[in-house]
Each structure stands twice: as C-alpha cells, then as structure tokens.
Ligand binder design. Structure first.
Ligand code: D5M
Ligand code: FE
Ligand code: ZN
Length: 544
C-alpha cells in the first residue's frame, strides 16, 4: 500500500466520522505505521468525552494521544529505567517487572506481536545502511582558500535548509538590505501598503555578538556584506545569547519609518522541524557507548569486562541481550599519546600501538552477530581536525579484519532498522559549553540540543575544536537524525528535542586529574541501550 493510499484512507475514515484532519496532523499520522483507525477512533472518543467543540484533529491530538517515549522524556529529564547488571535478586525481580511492564504498554500501542519477536531471531539480515560517512568525502583544501570555500559551503548548505521555511522567500541580500536602510529619503507615501507591511529579512552567518549597556548587537555575513542588527528587547537578547558565532541565522527587520534602523523584529536559527521519529518494525536494541580510553591508568577495564560478559549472555536483562543487534562506539577508543601535556604520567600503556592491540583484544569479545560501528575521537589515531577520517587502516589492521566491525569517520550517519542515527564524538561541545550561558559539563544533552538548533555539529570556528579547511562543510546537519549520539564529555545524559533522541553515552574512564581540576565529574561504566521500536533508552550500569 502506498503512503498516498494510506493518507486518503485516513482522510476518508476521518470524514466518515464527521471530522476533519489538519494537514500537520496528517503528516504525523503518516509516520505511524499501522493501527491508524484504532488511533483515530481513540482520539475521537477522547474528544467526545472531553466535549470538545472542534471537529478537527490537530497534531497535538496525535502527540498527546500517543505514548511516544521521547516525548515523555522531554517532559521529565532522565525518565528512563536504570537496569543494573549486578543487582540483588529483589531488585532483579523489580527490574524485570518494570521491563515487562514496558513491553506490555508498548504492545498495547504499537501492537508488537510475539511472533514478530520470534521472526527477528531468525532474521539474520543486516538491516542497516551507512547514509553518510564524512570519511569518504575528506579531501582537504589548502590554507586560507580552503577556509573561504568551507564557509561558502556552510553558507550555501544553510541557505538550502532555510529555504524550506516559507518566510525565507523574503530574504534579501545584505547589500540590497543596506541600500534599503540607507535610502534616507524613502518616500513612504509612495509605497504600497503591502510594501510597508513587508518586513525586510536577511540571512547569514553570525560574525560577532556584542552586549552593550541596554542593547545587544549581532553582526552577520552573507557573502555580499556585513550587517549589524540591534535589539533592546529582553526576549530577543536572550535568544541572541543562545546563538553561537558562525552559525546561520535569519533576521527580520521592521520596514517601519518610525522605528530605528536595523532594529530586530525577530531572529531565527535554522533549527530542526518538530516531528515523530522513525521506529523499527520489530523490537531490536542498539547499544550506545563511547570514551573507553584504553591505555589510560583510569580505563575501567573490570567494568568494561562486566559489560562484555553481559553482551555474551552472562548477566541480567536477558530480554534485552537477545535483541541487541548493533553497538555504536562514539570515539576515544584509546587514550593515545601526546594528546595533552604530561599525559604519559596517566598512561598504563605508553605507546598507541600497544593501546590499539589491547583495544582489538577487547573489541573482538563482542559477540559476532552484533554489528559494531566505530568512529574516532580526539584521543584516537589519525587526523585530529574535524571532520575526522576513520582510524587509519595502518594502525588498526586487525580491527578492519573483524567481520562485524565497521570503521567510520567522525561524523557519520547510519540508518539501522529504519532509524537514522548521527554519530559525532562531540569535540565542539567544549566550545559550546564555554561560550553559551547556562550550559555545563553536567548536562551535555543541553549543549547537544544547541547543535541541533544550529543545524551544525561544530558551529564555533577558531576556538578549541580544530576544523580542517575542507572545500565542503561536512559538519552541517543536513539530514535530521532520529538519534544524535555523542560522547567526549564523559557524562551520561539523555534527552529529546523535537522528536530527536539525544544521547551522550558517558565513558569507561574514571575521573582523571585534569577533569578534577576542571570540576568535571564523569559518570563512567554505564552503557545506554535503545529499543529501536520505540526509541526508549535504558541505562545499564556496570559499576559494582
Ligand atoms: O575529554 C574528556 C573531558 O575533558 C571532556 O569533558 C572535555 C574535557 N576536556 C578535554 N580537553 C579539554 C580542554 N582542553 N579544555 C577543557 N576541557 C577539556 P577527552 O577528549 O576524553 O580528553
Ligand atoms: Fe574522551
Ligand atoms: Zn574526547
């Protein structure tokens, strides 16, 4: 059955009940794979019970009705189960009970059938696709010219994303907008009402932000020139404080002769659309981990061995283990050498080759039916600047030879069982946390949210995060992910934003002296399991 066919069936079903459905709601319905009629019936029943006057199904009806777990999470932080691997029998019972309960709840709504689960076990097809791997496109430009083309690419790709917005059609080039602003004697009497009502829009990359006494200035660049816009409005000032330099914004000015020139009416970042994420048809789990730091004195080998034992079926929560098909490792596999001054004092294995040998021994213990996706972090071998190519083969022959391991660049996007997961180690989070008020290392998901809003994985240029002078900007978030997975911060955090599940997968390294001086308290030894059929995240703790 085609989608259009489905949509027309939904529409005729709704109209046959004397109701109408808003186009936005229809888009949401389209995402729900089955059970359309049951859901509509239930929504209409609820409307009748609440004696609602409106005869139109709107998107909120669908969102409120559906128990989409990511929406639940966004209402309440960290609202997910803690499934401890080494629990007493009583907690084990409790956990099991909780877990079963979840399944029952999901079963009611998504109608996951028992035989589907059985089918999965027999289904050994690898149902994944690498949608995007920065590794394949890396081809450095040279010096200043490289950066010029990088920023042109950033601007053009951003403009393309912006063009999906209705109001972006009104965007004028800065050189034109300036002429309009500078026409000192605009004859407003001769302008049509439409012209007067129309705001002037410009769009470009943020060059600088300046807090003055009462106003906030923001200067943007759109390749035709620079323009400084200003605001005295508290709400707009707050919005500007949450923008990073070098990200794309669109500014709306009032075309009103009585107002000061260049005064901002509205400011928009690209942002991601609010939507219902994809879900897998059958119940399959993905494990998300990062930052092992093998070779460091602080690598928590014992806890990681507990995790490997668990993957191999020795432990609790067997219901999950049998459904794990994918393991995503989001960088910093080894601690490396010479990454920061005096690092050697913190190393158990003092050269990266022996660290890699150790890593390979460890990763080869992952059951072979589980597909492993590995991207590099700032501690791994190979290029440091973003985007990072996959860990080069010359340092990791044996990893490349493991059938179940796929070596990818940082960032990359994988579609597994229909779910799009964007993996990015997270180097830029240091810059984002340092420059945006209110963000901290204790809540990395908040900082990751900002990346989604700016539609860029490393918006700030020229601070701590090295960015290579590539001709194309590969850090733009072109395709909106269902899951954004990062590490680097060493703190577990899960949240959701406009339908995208945000996961920072913590670490397997205990607090280092450097982190102690920085006041960073890591939460190591925990893996995140995601049920791909409903995007529900589970914390699995391997600390004793
Ligand atoms: O990063 C581990 C943690 O340490 C992470 O929270 C970032 C933080 N970190 C790393 N390098 C720096 C610098 N130079 N300044 C501030 N904070 C930093 P990892 O990549 O594992 O070393
Ligand atoms: Fe790390
Ligand atoms: Zn890192």
């Amino acid at each position: 059955m085609t989608v259009n066919n489905n949509l027309s069936k939904i529409i005729s079903f709704v109209t046959s009940k004397g109701f109408q459905i808003h186009p936005d709601a229809l888009i949401l319905m389209e995402k729900i794979q089955d059970n359309y009629f049951q859901i509509i019936d239930d929504i209409l029943l609820k409307k009748k019970r609440k004696k609602e006057k409106s005869m139109v199904i709107i998107s909120d009806d669908i969102k409120n009705f559906s128990k989409f777990p990511s929406y639940e999470i966004s209402n309440e932080h960290n609202n997910f189960e803690l499934l401890n691997s080494e629990t007493s029998s009583i907690t084990e019972q409790n956990n099991k009970y909780k877990y079963d309960n979840e399944m029952i709840k999901d079963k009611n709504f998504f109608s996951i059938k028992k035989d589907n689960l059985m089918k999965y076990k027999e289904n050994i097809d690898e149902n994944f696709k690498i949608i995007y791997d920065s590794n394949d496109k890396i081809n450095s430009g040279e010096g200043v010219e490289g950066y010029t083309s990088l920023f042109r690419s950033r601007y053009e790709k951003s403009l393309k994303i912006l063009s999906l917005r209705q109001d972006s059609r009104k965007v004028k080039k800065i050189e034109i907008a300036k002429q309009l602003f500078n026409q000192s004697k605009i004859n407003y009497n001769s302008m049509s009402k439409e012209d007067l009502d129309n705001s002037i829009f410009i769009a470009g990359l943020v060059m600088s932000k300046d807090i003055k006494n009462n106003n906030y200035d923001i200067t943007i660049d759109d390749q035709t020139g620079l323009l400084t816009a200003t605001t005295y409005n508290e709400e707009l000032k707050k919005q500007i404080s949450m923008l990073t330099v070098d990200q794309m914004v669109m500014i709306e000015f009032e075309n009103n002769p009585k107002r000061r020139k260049n005064t901002i009416k509205n400011i928009f970042s690209l942002d991601i659309p609010d939507r219902i994420p994809n879900r897998s048809k059958s119940e399959i789990f993905s494990i998300l981990i990062s930052d092992l730091h093998i070779g460091s004195k602080f690598f928590m080998e014992k806890e990681f061995q507990n995790f490997l034992e668990w993957l191999n079926g020795n432990g609790d929560n067997k219901e999950i283990i049998s459904k794990i098909k994918y393991i995503c490792i989001c960088g910093d596999l080894i601690d490396g050498i010479g990454i920061f001054p005096n690092q050697d004092k913190e190393l158990l294995e003092k050269d990266s080759y022996s660290q890699m040998d150790h890593a390979i021994k460890i990763l080869s213990k992952i059951p072979k039916h589980m597909k492993v996706f590995l991207i590099p972090g700032n501690h791994d071998l190979g290029r440091r600047a973003l985007p990072q190519p996959a860990i080069p083969k010359k340092y990791a022959e044996k990893l490349y030879s493991l059938d179940n391991v796929t070596m990818l660049g940082n960032p990359c996007m994988i579609r597994m069982e229909g779910i799009k997961i964007l993996m990015f180690h997270g180097q830029s989070l240091d810059d984002v946390i340092a420059s945006i008020p209110g963000l901290s290392y204790s809540k990395p998901a908040e900082a990751m949210k900002l990346l989604l809003k700016s539609r860029h994985l490393s918006p700030i240029f020229g601070q701590r995060t090295p960015i290579a002078p590539e001709k194309e900007d590969m850090m733009i978030i072109e395709d909106v992910p269902d899951i954004l997975h990062s590490g680097h911060v060493h703190v577990i955090d899960v949240d959701s934003y406009k339908g995208t599940l945000i996961v920072n997968s913590g670490a397997w390294q205990s607090q280092t002296p450097f982190q102690q001086t920085m006041g960073i308290t890591p939460t190591p030894g925990i893996a995140i399991a995601i049920n791909l059929s409903n995007l529900k995240p589970y914390k699995i703790d391997f600390n004793n």
